[in-house]
Ligand binder design. Structure first.
Ligand code: ZN
Length: 459
């Protein structure tokens, strides 16, 4: 414990969750407990603090000024800055990026500008060598990223993102490029405080985590987010589950006493931290090894997806809930990483257009309306996967049929309501809303967020 009430509250919460699990089992509303975002400042002593924001900012005091590990979202950086000002009057000397996702780098322009306004030296910005190529990739995929982020994070108004459009507009941030980059490992002197940056792939290929040997503190970036690892995201580039697991084991081997993640609760205590890191590693490694074994034995993607499962002992952990990403998506990413994009079905190698095949199948089934009726029945029976297939064929077979779209809207609304992960819910929500608009029926509740409304931000 630290003597700082806010820090102690966060540490007590994480201790209880890690030691005892959920009280009476997990329910989606409980995941709010794991993700503080109120810009409160947790002072851990020894010049180490964390500002809890959508993506947390860790502040380290040193003789040359403050070091910030990440800068949060552009929209929240002002609140972070105010919170920091109550803790230290010193200017920001160094910014370390754990990776180049916008909720980690988006606040950097504000800190750079504030130094300039105050006549202070521009902060030194440190990041992995792949941060710059990431920014370049974002610049050439701006339209795509604006769309997928508007879809994935619809309903994020309380985070200062007024609407998906507003958020999409903000996507084109002015990047603050790293001045200092590294490949494997980098030792830094942060005004008298020793820090070692390590690179591992995980959620991204540009990830860094920070080790403060004197204080035995790790700033873990997105390697721990208090939800199931974001290693499968259906709309994003490749992620690295096996490498992610190795990073968790490397962190555990250092025996940290305080772990500061970029999302979720800080954790205190060597054994407790060890347990969390190893559980995350076990979960990812289990998905990787099951998938590889099946691939090596000749299974196709369909068989892999229907066979690989996460052990219940891991699935129930408070820090492994699939409220954001989910194991099924991670399995797909493992397949893509080791195998490629072809799923093993020869008809999928060079398929007919989905409209062509839908028209053919609709006509064979006796029309799109017949298919829609069957889809509605399957949906009502809880067979959501099958229902979605049938209603897609119906809607593509007769794309302007309002009654087919009315069913499609309802099928996807039900599908969404049965899902836990933000990623799945957002995609199904969008499908429901599109069909509601075509059919003229009342729109499904426009909620694309996870049931609790909280989830770590990225890309
Ligand atoms: Zn993040």
């Amino acid at each position: 414990m630290t003597g700082n009430a806010y820090a102690d509250d966060l540490l007590l919460r994480s201790a209880k969750l890690v030691d005892d699990g959920w009280d009476g089992g997990f329910s989606p509303s409980q995941s709010k407990e794991t993700n503080p975002i109120d810009a409160g400042l947790a002072d851990f002593g020894g010049g180490v603090a964390l500002v809890a924001s959508f993506s947390h900012v860790v502040a380290l005091a040193g003789s040359t000024g403050l070091t910030l590990v990440d800068t949060s979202l552009a929209a929240l950086a002002g609140a972070v800055q105010n919170s920091l000002a109550s803790w230290s009057p010193d200017p920001v000397d160094t910014i370390i990026y754990t990776h180049g996702h916008v909720d980690h780098v988006g606040g950097a322009p504000l800190f750079v500008k504030s130094n300039a306004d105050a006549g202070a030296r521009r902060p030194r910005v440190v990041g992995h060598a792949n941060v710059a190529p990431r920014f370049q990739r974002y610049d050439v995929t701006e339209g795509y990223n604006s769309r997928i982020n508007a879809r994935q994070f619809r309903g994020r108004r309380r985070l200062g993102m007024d609407s998906p459009d507003e958020q999409a507009r903000r996507w084109g941030v002015d990047w603050v490029w790293p001045d200092v980059s590294f490949v494997d490992r980098l030792a830094l002197d942060l005004g008298g405080r020793e820090a070692v940056l390590f690179h591992d792939k995980g959620e991204t290929d540009d990830h860094a985590w920070v080790w403060l040997p004197e204080q035995r503190v790790i700033c873990g970036g997105d390697f721990l987010t208090w939800v199931f690892p974001n290693a499968g995201n259906p709309q994003k580039v490749q992620r690295y589950p096996a490498e992610w697991a190795r990073a968790m084991r490397a962190m555990a081997a250092l025996e940290p006493e305080l772990f500061l993640p970029a999302h979720g609760l800080p954790i205190e205590g060597r054994d407790r931290i060890h347990r969390v890191l190893i559980d995350v590693a076990d979960a990812l490694e289990s998905l990787v090894s099951q998938t590889l074994e099946l691939m090596n034995s000749g299974a196709n993607l369909d068989e892999v997806l229907n066979t690989v499962r996460l052990a219940p002992r891991l699935a129930e952990r408070p820090y492994l809930q699939a409220t954001y990403d989910e194991p099924e998506f991670v399995v797909r990413n493992i397949w893509r990483l080791y195998g490629g994009w072809w799923d093993g079905d020869p008809s999928h190698l060079k398929p007919a257009t989905s409209v062509e095949s839908s028209i053919e199948l609709s006509s064979l089934a006796g029309g799109a309306q017949r298919l829609a009726e069957r889809a509605a029945q399957l949906s009502a029976d809880g067979q959501h996967r099958l229902a979605c297939h049938l209603i897609e064929i119906a809607a593509k077979g007769e794309p302007t049929n309002a009654s087919v779209h009315a069913v499609r809207s309802e099928v996807y609304r039900r599908r969404r309501d049965g899902e836990l992960s933000l990623m799945a819910r957002a995609i199904y929500s969008e499908a429901a809303e599109r069909s509601a608009a075509i059919s003229g029926v009342e729109s499904a509740a426009p909620d694309g967020t996870a049931p609790d409304g909280t989830a770590p931000g990225e890309p």
